[in-house]
Design a protein. Structure first.
Length: 120
């Protein structure tokens, strides 16, 4: 039977001590996660070897930092991050940001922490 995905039925997790995520779809070939990051929060610099990711902001504002520069995102905007791209998602605003992260294939076991890019 096909069932709807929602925060209520999804696996919930906390990351970075203050940010939250809900695994809406979690298969080897596809991952869809809803995440929420509070004001001033963000993740560490990292790269994915295999996963292509699409970040889509549902609510608030965010900045996707990459080795090639920063991309500012408002609600209704998204950005694709290709495999091998050094990046980090940040919330530099004074309100929370809620967004979707769609990854193909899944990012489970595919994330490698890296040092910040030298020159940006």
């Amino acid at each position: 039977m096909i069932l709807p995905a929602s925060r209520a039925s999804a696996e919930h997790y906390v990351w970075g001590e203050v940010s939250e995520g809900w695994r809406l779809a979690d298969e080897p070939g596809l991952s869809v996660i809803e995440e929420q990051v509070p004001a001033g929060g963000g993740e560490t610099w990292h790269v994915h070897r295999d996963a292509r990711q699409f970040f889509y902001v549902l609510e608030g504002r965010a900045v996707m930092c990459t080795g090639d520069g920063d991309v500012e995102l408002a609600a209704g905007e998204g950005v694709t991050i290709m495999p091998g791209t050094v990046h980090r998602f940040t919330n530099q605003s004074d309100a929370h940001v809620r967004f979707l992260v769609i990854s193909a294939p899944t990012t489970r076991g595919d994330r490698v922490e890296v040092d910040p890019p030298a020159a940006r």
